[in-house]
Design a binder for this molecule. Structure first.
Ligand code: PRP
Length: 180
């Protein structure tokens, strides 16, 4: 694969500041309770870890892995669960942790599935909310950064499994965007 040209979009300092703000909001909203963070692999790996560390209230963590089918450019809306929660969430305060909401199909499928398991509360926290490509009406309760369109990589976000390890988030130059 050829290297893409990347321009810094959201620095590690900006990301850390947004995570501190989100953690403070969650600490406030769930004061005196314990939350379960449900990270959506693989993209939310770094965000989930950093959010977990930033919380002051007691927090447990679990993960799910989903895959959606369709062409590279468009999600089909059919979401397969490849890896599921380890323990029941009935009666618990659950927060889905996503790196990015794009079409919203992944989140909608996960949200509806978890809701059937009757958590006490079910919230959504996303680091990036990419609104321009939303296909379904689903809103995150906690949003780090809102952006319009653009293909981004870094801080867990990949292109063909590359660039997840970058500490900052980069915009792929539009002329090189793999998924126009
Ligand atoms: C990405 C991202 C979200 C989802 C958002 O995951 O991490 O889970 O897409 O897209 P949507 O709103 O259009 O459904 P991806 O399927 O690329 O897998 P990954 O997390 O393993 O990179």
């Amino acid at each position: 694969m050829t290297e893409l040209n990347l321009d810094l979009l959201f620095s590690r300092e900006r990301i850390a500041a947004e995570i501190s703000r989100l953690a403070a909001e969650i600490d406030r909203d769930f004061a005196g309770r314990e939350v379960l963070l449900v990270g959506v692999l693989k993209g939310s790996l770094l965000f989930t870890a950093d959010l977990l560390r930033a919380l002051s209230i007691p927090a447990a963590v679990d993960f799910v892995r989903l895959a959606s089918y369709g062409s590279d450019t468009q999600s089909s809306g059919i979401v397969e669960f490849r890896y599921n929660l380890e323990s029941p969430i009935r009666g618990r305060d659950v927060i889905i942790v996503e790196d990015i909401v794009d079409s919203g199909y992944t989140l909608e499928a996960l949200y509806n599935k978890l809701l059937l398991q009757q958590p006490r509360t079910l919230k959504i926290c996303t680091l990036i909310d990419k609104r321009a490509r939303r296909e379904v009406a689903i809103e995150a309760d906690y949003v780090g950064i809102s952006m319009e369109d653009g293909f981004i990589v870094g801080y867990g976000l990949d292109y063909d499994e590359k660039y997840r390890q970058l500490a900052d988030i980069y915009l792929v130059r539009p002329e090189e965007t793999p998924f126009p």
